[in-house]
Ligand binder design. Structure first.
Ligand code: C2E
Ligand code: MG
Ligand code: MG
Ligand code: MG
Length: 278
C-alpha cells in the first residue's frame, strides 16, 4: 500500500507540473500573437515632486489586453517574455510608444512631463539597443533630458560590467537612468557609487515596512541621506498613506509615486489630471 501511495503521489505531482507547463506554453503562444497583433497598451502613473506637490513625470507601465482573459498583469507576462526571448520586441514597442507619446505631449503643453520607461535586463544588453534609442529620438525629435530608463538592481547584477557600459552610453545621449526596486536585491551601496545612475527608486516594500517593521524607518531615512550625499535623486514607490508621505517629506525624499496620488492611468486621464492641476 505504501508503495502504491508513493507512486500515486508522484504521478499526481507530475500531472500538476505537466498542467502548469501546458498552461505556460499556451500563454507563451498567446503572447507571441499579442506581440504580432499589438495587444499591448501603456498606462502612466504620475510621479510627484513631494516638496512642490506637483506632478513632474509619469512611469509607463505596460498592460496586455488579452482578447479573452482581459487585462493580464506584467508581473505574469514579463517574466515569460524574458524566458521566451520576446521581451526585446516588447521593450522596443514600449520605447517607440513612449517616444510618440512624449512628442504628442510636447505639442499639447505637457512637454514638462518626464517619462520613465522600464527596461528588462536582457534588452539592455541586446546589440543595437543604443542605436534604436538614438533613432527614435531623432525620428520624433524629442527632448531626451525628460526621458528616463529604469533598470532593476537584480537585472543589472546579472551582467554588471556590460550593463554599466551600455547605461553610460544611454546616459551620454542625455537620458536619465534610474535604479528600480532598490532594496530588493543585494542593495549594495557600492553600486550606487559606481554605476552610471541618476535616480534611485526605493522599492515599495520599504515604504510599507517603514511604518510596520521596527527600524525600517531609520533605514529609509539613511538611504535618502546617502542618496543625496552621492548627488543622486530618490523616488519613493508605492506611497499609499498620508503617514508614509509625511515621513518621507520630513526626511526630504525628492519624489513619490503611489496609489495615494494616483493609480496608473490612460494617457487621456493623465491629460485630464495634469490640466486640473494647472
Ligand atoms: P515597477 O517598475 O517597480 O513598477 C511599479 C509597480 O508598482 C507597478 O505595477 C505599479 O502599478 C505598482 N504600484 C504603484 N503604486 C503602487 C501602490 O501604491 N501600491 C501598490 N501595491 N502597487 C503600486 P505593475 O504595473 O503591475 O508593473 C509591475 C512590474 O512589471 C514593474 O514594476 C516592472 O518591473 C514590470 N513592467 C511594467 N511595465 C513594463 C514594461 O513596459 N517593460 C518591462 N520590461 N517591464 C515592465
Ligand atoms: Mg519601474
Ligand atoms: Mg519599482
Ligand atoms: Mg517592481
Amino acid at each position: 500500500a505504501v508503495k502504491k501511495e508513493t507512486k500515486d503521489s508522484h504521478a499526481y505531482y507530475s500531472t500538476e507540473i505537466m498542467e502548469k507547463n501546458i498552461r505556460k506554453v499556451e500563454l507563451a503562444n498567446e503572447l507571441r500573437q499579442a506581440v504580432d497583433n499589438g495587444e499591448f497598451i501603456l498606462l502612466y502613473q504620475p510621479i510627484k515632486n513631494l516638496g512642490k506637490k506637483k506632478i513632474v513625470g509619469v512611469e509607463a507601465l505596460i498592460r496586455w489586453k488579452h482578447p479573452v482573459k482581459g487585462f493580464v498583469s506584467p508581473v505574469e507576462f514579463i517574466p515569460l517574455a524574458e524566458e521566451t526571448g520576446m521581451i526585446y520586441e516588447i521593450d522596443k514597442w514600449v520605447l517607440r510608444t513612449v517616444s510618440r507619446q512624449k512628442k504628442e505631449w510636447e505639442e499639447n503643453g505637457l512637454g514638462y512631463l518626464k517619462i520613465s520607461i522600464n527596461l528588462s535586463g536582457s534588452s539592455l544588453v541586446k546589440t543595437g539597443l543604443v542605436e534604436c534609442i538614438e533613432d527614435l529620438i531623432e525620428e520624433y525629435g524629442i527632448d531626451c533630458s525628460l526621458l528616463q530608463i529604469e533598470v532593476t538592481e537584480t537585472a543589472l547584477m546579472e551582467n554588471i560590467r556590460e550593463s554599466a557600459v551600455i547605461l553610460e552610453k544611454i546616459r551620454r545621449i542625455g537620458i536619465k537612468i534610474a535604479l528600480d526596486d532598490f532594496g530588493t536585491g543585494y542593495s549594495s551601496f557600492t553600486y550606487l557609487k559606481n554605476l552610471p545612475i541618476d535616480v534611485v527608486k526605493l522599492d515599495r516594500q520599504f515604504i510599507w515596512d517603514m511604518m510596520n517593521v521596527d527600524q525600517v524607518d531609520l533605514i529609509v531615512k539613511s538611504v535618502i541621506q546617502l542618496t543625496h550625499d552621492l548627488l543622486l535623486e530618490i523616488v519613493a514607490e508605492g506611497i499609499e498613506t498620508e503617514k508614509q508621505l509625511d515621513y518621507l517629506m520630513l526626511h526630504n525624499c525628492d519624489y513619490g509615486q503611489g496609489y495615494l496620488f494616483s493609480r496608473p492611468l490612460s494617457k487621456e486621464d493623465i491629460e485630464l489630471l495634469c490640466c486640473q492641476h494647472e
